[in-house]
Design a protein around this ligand. Structure first.
Ligand code: DNO
Length: 355
């Protein structure tokens, strides 16, 4: 595996590349053209500029998270081919820049969803949290306002104001899209992009839906073992792969994370590893990465990745906000660096005892 951290670019991130470079064991970052909107063609010069900036700091650009998919593609609208052509063009440029992993998601309208961005834990740290009743009490626009206001003016990934200004229209285009239709639209998209992925050896890594169930009545399909195996099987190409995000699949306690990892051998191209703490069936919060602080057995997750010979980029995921840091919620330096140290410790121990 290659240990990485997510970085949003100098203009948007409070964390600096030189700081990431000092986190032991981190050799790369996962980044994106953060100001771009879904549907736009990524220009080669912009990708190369991002790559050189990262390399000048002594790190590698280990993959893209995310190249977002336009809602016309997800909803299967008549103009989807225009946006797929643009997506293919962006992939070509990503390939030309020598990059080989692209994370994306296929969630209608919203990316990840939380009811709180800063729930205070007993130790005074603040974390993302989800409470089903609180979400049920909101209309979609309020969810956007909540995310936006909780972020202190920082642009949150997946919550682009350009799109969110049209939440009502966005919901409208999904009126006739159920899970089956969403699967069909994903298949159509994947079949069209696979040739360029093969040409440039770009491994596509779909991110699961977070949380792993329908929110606001919108269909969600990347939620469990059966569905993800259906997805990898329906376009059976190694370039059609998965981001294994422990925190997203793990929102549903019925998902057996190590078993899912083992069933996806050869198709996991990127891993997000973090922990959650369940308080009651409809309420969870994001804990520290340490097993004993949350509900997951992090050793078993890392062991499963080791067992399948996972050799792609991995990153700690959302960190708690600690030590007074002011940063994008979930993406401060300190707790993610602690996460890196812990995951590296588990990995070293596993290598030594299973090598
Ligand atoms: C949340 C992230 C997601 C992820 C996208 C991938 O913090 O894990 O926003 O990047 O779903 O497209």
């Amino acid at each position: 595996m290659q240990m990485t951290m997510r970085w949003f670019g100098d203009q948007y991130d409070t964390v600096k590349l030189w700081q990431i470079r000092q986190v032991p064991g981190v050799t790369g970052v996962i980044s994106t053209l953060y100001g771009s909107v879904p549907g736009e063609v990524w220009q080669l010069r912009d990708i190369l500029a991002l790559k050189s900036e990262i390399e000048a700091a002594g790190l590698s650009l280990s993959g893209i998270e995310s190249l977002n998919v336009h809602d016309s593609i997800k909803a299967g609208l008549s103009d989807r081919d225009v946006y797929i052509d643009n997506y293919i063009e962006s992939l070509k440029n990503i390939g030309e820049a020598g990059l080989h992993m692209v994370c994306y998601n296929f969630m209608p309208v919203f990316d990840w969803t939380r009811s709180e961005l800063a729930r205070v834990r007993p130790d005074g740290s603040t974390v993302f949290a989800y409470n089903q009743e609180a979400v049920d009490a909101l209309v979609p626009e309020e969810m956007f306002d909540r995310v936006n206001s909780g972020a202190d003016g920082i642009l949150m990934p997946g919550w682009e104001p350009e799109r969110m200004a049209h939440v009502k229209e966005l919901f409208e285009i999904y009126r006739d899209v159920d899970e089956e239709k969403l699967f069909d639209n994903l298949k159509y998209f994947l079949e069209r992009i696979m040739p360029v992925c093969n040409e440039y050896d770009i491994k596509m890594a779909i991110h699961p839906d977070d949380p792993a169930w329908s929110v606001f009545g919108l269909p969600r399909i990347i939620t469990n073992k059966a569905n993800i195996l259906r997805m990898t099987g329906m376009v059976d190409d190694v370039h059609n792969g998965v981001t294994f995000c422990a925190g997203s699949y793990g929102t549903n306690p019925e998902n057996d994370l190590p078993d899912m990892i083992r069933s996806l051998k050869g198709r996991i191209h990127f891993a997000h590893v973090r922990n959650l703490k369940f308080n009651s069936p409809g309420d969870f919060e994001e804990s520290a990465h340490l097993s004993s602080d949350g509900s997951f057995d992090m050793y078993e997750i890392m062991l499963a990745l080791y067992d399948i010979g996972f050799d792609g980029p991995i990153r700690p995921d959302h960190g708690r906000m600690i030590w007074g840091e002011k940063a994008m919620p979930g993406y401060g330096l300190y707790d993610r660096a602690l996460g890196v140290a812990y995951l590296n410790g588990l990995w070293e121990a596993i290598q030594k005892t299973h090598g």
